[in-house]
Design a protein around this ligand. Structure first.
Ligand code: TYD
Length: 206
């Protein structure tokens, strides 16, 4: 399906600096005159933000793995219908902090990958044009994430083992879809990381 806009997702483990970089990229593109929709998952639309609180707050074992997958997918469907598709139809650049690759990793982690893929095909069926993967050391990222001390720490509470598994998994996904992914070394100062991201995005826009 061709669409007038450009759909960019950011992925990476908790604390990898995605939100700083999505904001910097949005500012750069707006400066260049693009309409930018900066959004995030889980959430991004009023209904999906309500689901966000359900999945990110509370005890790690609050939901079964299957229920959690359905909640994330429901949130994504609402976000797509109400925010992402209309923006792409208008020709906007959509920058989304996490998208389906996060579900492949986090909800697919305990043997559910087939169900994640089936639900994605059935209910979502869209991939970003470009996915920026910010890769960095899991221990360093987790300590950064923990330093933020919010009430949305259900996934951070799974600990370092999960973060390491997620980092390796994201790199595997990137290897399997090199035309969509751009892997960025997140262990550098933010301005240098941002410059690399801008190069990758400008190449897609031209
Ligand atoms: P996010 O707000 O991006 O947290 P952070 O800024 O710490 O990276 O995402 C919150 C958590 O939601 C994150 O730990 C990963 C998890 N998540 C999933 O498990 N599945 C998903 O599909 C998405 C989008 C996020």
């Amino acid at each position: 399906m061709t669409r007038p806009g450009l759909f960019i997702s950011f992925e990476g483990i908790d604390g990898s600096g995605k939100s700083t970089q999505t904001q910097a990229l949005a500012a750069y593109l707006r400066e260049k005159g693009h309409e930018v929709v900066l959004t995030r998952e889980p959430g991004g639309s009023p209904g999906a933000e309500e689901i966000r609180a359900l999945v990110l707050q509370g005890e790690p074992d609050r939901w079964s793995a299957e229920t959690e997958l359905l909640l994330f997918t429901a949130a994504r469907r609402d976000h797509l219908e109400r925010v992402i598709w209309p923006a792409l139809e208008r020709g906007a650049v959509v920058i989304c902090d996490r998208f389906a690759d996060s579900t492949r990793m986090y909800q697919g982690r305990s043997g559910l990958r087939d169900k994640v893929d089936a639900l994605h095909d059935l209910m979502i069926g869209v991939e970003p044009d470009l996915t920026i993967l910010i890769d960095m050391d899991a221990a360093e990222a987790l300590s950064r994430a923990k330093a933020r001390a919010t009430d949305e720490e259900r996934f951070e509470d799974f600990g370092l083992g999960l973060q390491e598994q997620m980092r390796a998994g994201f790199l595997e996904l990137a290897k399997a879809a090199p035309e969509r992914f751009c892997v960025i070394d997140g262990a550098r100062v933010p301005a240098v990381i941002c410059a690399d991201i801008i190069l990758a995005v400008d190449a897609r826009l031209s």
